[in-house]
Design a protein around this ligand. Structure first.
Ligand code: SF4
Ligand code: SF4
Length: 263
């Protein structure tokens, strides 16, 4: 594992699983913002391209003790991303500014090494060219280029929004590398109706995410692997936290995860 780099800014997310209702607004807003073609058939695993899927978690108990939670899963923007060193053409990189893992589709040769290396299964491969049903091409935005078949894609925390926020800060005479709370947030965070997603600089004590990541109720997925994910999950329910911590059967965790829709 590569040595941990001390990035000046470490953009990250805290998702409160006790607030998330699994409504899917984050997934839809991500698709619209980033020009992902609509998934016409949700059962066609080869054609689905989602940067943010939602998984259903269950505590495995029967009524009246049954309980569920919903877990939105974007790219974790790992501090030690296993997807980066395996790419033979440097089409995915850990950004020195902001510590976001990029995906440069025009450079990608489609070998899918990164997909095999990512323990979170948050990368998708375009087996087909994207198709917008007639009329829906009007929803295309100028912020993100569309991607053709034959390349891998993934969440990048709406990186273009950070570029805009930095430009605005410069125009306003502010430090673009010390943005105030909410000057830059990804589309999913902006759209979440229950306020379950909080975004900010994990190194800035003035951002809410700084404190949330240090909460005793915060966990990171597969933390044991040492990837240093920059997405934290919060729950006051012990069985949910135990799942976050990736306990194996027989350890203290209970319940099971279902769902997701990766191609
Ligand atoms: S699929 Fe693309 S981004 Fe992934 S390892 Fe291969 S070239 Fe790099
Ligand atoms: S979650 Fe996967 S794709 Fe995202 S940075 Fe980590 S290893 Fe790479």
């Amino acid at each position: 594992m590569a040595a941990k780099i001390d990035y000046k800014i470490r953009w990250g997310m805290a998702i409160d699983l006790d607030k998330c209702t699994g409504c899917g607004a984050c997934t839809v807003s991500c698709q619209v913002e980033n020009n992902n073609a609509p998934n016409v058939d949700g059962t066609d695993k080869l054609r689905i391209v989602n940067w943010l899927s939602i998984y259903r978690l269950e505590n495995g108990k029967s009524f009246p003790d049954a309980d569920v939670a919903y877990l939105p899963l974007p790219c974790m923007q790992c501090g030690n991303p296993s997807c980066v060193p395996v790419c033979p053409v440097i089409a995915t990189e850990k950004g020195e500014e902001g510590a976001i893992v990029s995906q440069i589709s025009p450079r990608c040769i489609g070998c899918r090494y990164c997909m095999a290396a990512c323990p979170y299964h948050v990368r998708t491969f375009n087996w087909f060219d994207p198709v917008w049903p007639k009329g829906m091409e009007k929803t295309l935005t100028p912020f993100t280029s569309t991607r053709p078949r034959g390349v891998v894609e993934k969440c990048h925390f709406c990186h273009h929004r950070w570029t805009f926020a930095k430009e605005k800060a410069r125009v306003d005479g502010m430090d673009p590398y010390k943005l105030p709370e909410d000057a830059y947030i990804p589309a999913c965070v902006e759209m979440c109706p229950s306020g379950a997603m909080v975004f900010g600089d994990l190194k800035n004590p003035e951002h809410k995410v700084y404190e949330l990541a240090r909460s005793p109720h915060a966990r990171r997925l597969l933390e044991k692997l040492g990837g240093e994910p920059q997405v934290y999950y919060i729950s006051r329910r012990e069985w949910v936290r135990n799942l976050m911590d990736n306990h194996l059967p027989g350890e203290t965790g209970h319940g099971k995860a279902e769902g997701g829709n990766h191609g």
